[in-house]
Design a protein around this ligand. Structure first.
Ligand code: C2O
Ligand code: CU
Length: 464
């Protein structure tokens, strides 16, 4: 059948949708919905001598389309799942309506292949956010399903450019195919799926032209499954102005930057390298250092700005009241290779570690290797909540809370910057506090996505 409006309407009539459409004003019936389609595609991740790599991407590309809106505006997208698996979209870091949070079982049913789901929500906070699937994330994220969601401040800071850099870690075979060993228990029980090929915005050699003295806003995002990036700047100098989308009250000098899975860092930097040379973002690994993003520096057009940037305008995130009266809960994080965990609860029964591993579990929160029917904590809307996370494992974990941003409670109850994902080191205890102002069921999990699948996932209930 040829695709025409008339045929389309006839086809819709067959499924009974036509009557619904007929009831709408003509303009509404013909306005196409903005759509975001998850589907297989290809990408040039590796150098030109390789075949393009088959990936899964939003609208078939990696990264998916950058969604840019102004603070207070809405995003409306019909999600169309053209993957061979069920999927959802989670809008990471957005203080969103619970029904739009994209968590299978908890907030919606996973969208089957061929199915759709209408996502629509307003953006209360300006900043750098991103979106990704929340079903079989350890496979779907590794195959390339992610994109940036940028919420602009009402007044943009004074920069010459604004650049989103999604820094991803891929595990590729010798022929630049995505390695298919997604469920490898060795990864799940160790540091997660660590790859062997780094891309920025889907490009293994991301380069761009810049000018000496230009001021650039760099929005760094880590969409990798499990890699923690240690980054520094070369030929660029400037300030960290936001973490996980939320502005710092005072910009901090950008020196070494730790970017754990799912975290974001917003920088405002000046190009200080000489014309004719290169400025770069450098990643430091155990095996050495290499540039992940390169700016070829051209001649200056203007003097370097003498003033540093002021803080970005704060977002309307509520501040916690006195912490003594807060509702508090402990979260003991245990398991993984070289750890002391001997057993944990799975399917409601205490299960020894060997049996756990055979069932794909290797970690536990408070002795539970699975999502429990009852939440870790129930709070009334507006209550201040503190969670003491005690990492007894031998591995760092990037702990992410849905629907809220929190602060780390530091020495003498000083409060750290607002974040949605906090890296908790091995043997570290880190306490977070926040106002539970967003009603619904919210996940708290490790964003090393293999760890989440292997037991590091729980949830909070906010109601009343
Ligand atoms: Cu970025 Cu629960 O996810
Ligand atoms: Cu973890």
């Amino acid at each position: 059948m040829k695709l025409s409006r008339r045929n389309l309407l006839r086809a819709m009539g067959a499924t009974g949708i036509a009557s619904a459409v007929a009831g709408l004003p003509a303009s509404a019936a013909i306005t196409p919905k903005a759509r975001l389609e998850a589907r297989p595609g290809t990408a040039r991740l590796a150098p030109a001598e390789y075949e393009p790599t088959p990936i899964w991407g939003y609208d078939g590309g990696v990264p998916g389309p950058t969604i840019r809106v102004r603070q207070g505006e809405r995003v409306d997208r019909e999600f169309l799942n053209n993957l061979p698996q069920a999927s959802t979209i989670h809008w990471h870091g957005i203080r969103i309506d619970n029904a739009m949070d994209g968590v299978p079982e908890l907030t919606q049913a996973a969208v089957p292949p061929g199915g759709t789901f209408d996502y629509g929500f307003t953006l209360p906070d300006a900043g750098t956010y991103w979106y990704h699937p929340h079903n079989r994330t350890w496979e779907q994220l590794a195959r390339g399903l992610y994109g940036a969601l940028i919420v602009e401040e009402p007044e943009a800071p004074d920069v010459d450019r604004d650049e989103v850099l999604l820094i991803d870690d891929w595990r590729l075979t010798e022929t630049a195919q995505i390695a298919e060993n997604f469920g490898a228990m060795h990864d799940w029980s160790h540091g997660g799926r660590i790859g062997n090929w780094i891309t920025v915005n889907g490009d293994g050699y991301w380069t761009s032209d810049a000018r000496q003295n230009h001021r650039i806003r760099l929005r760094l995002v880590n969409p990798s499954n499990a890699r923690i990036f240690n980054l520094s700047l070369k030929g660029l100098s400037g300030w960290v102005v936001a973490l996980d989308g939320q502005p710092l009250s005072t910009p901090q000098p950008a020196e070494t930057l730790v970017l754990a899975p799912a975290q974001r860092v917003d920088l405002i930097v000046d190009v200080t390298a000489d014309a004719g040379t290169e400025a770069s973002l450098v990643s430091h690994e155990r095996g050495g250092s290499y540039a992940v993003a390169v700016f070829r520096v051209g001649k200056a057009e203007a003097e370097r700005r003498t003033e540093g940037p002021g803080p970005l305008p704060a977002n309307p995130v509520p501040e916690t009241g006195p912490l003594q009266n807060a509702r508090a809960v402990d979260l003991v994080m245990d398991g993984g290779a070289m750890g002391g965990m001997r057993s944990a609860v799975l399917n409601g029964t205490d299960t020894d570690i060997r049996t756990l591993v055979n069932q794909g579990k290797a970690w536990a929160f408070n002795g539970q290797a699975e999502m429990t029917d009852t939440p870790l904590l129930s709070a009334r809307t507006g209550e201040t909540v503190r969670i003491r996370m005690d990492n007894r494992s031998r591995w760092p974990h990037a702990m992410h809370l849905h629907g809220h941003h929190f602060r780390q409670v530091l020495q003498e109850e000083r409060m750290g910057p607002l974040r949605d994902t906090l890296l908790v080191q091995s043997s570290e205890t880190a306490e977070i506090a926040f106002v539970a102002d967003n009603p619904g069921d919210w996940l708290l999990h490790c964003h090393m996505v293999e760890h989440a699948a292997a037991g590091m996932m729980t949830w909070l209930k906010v109601s009343g």
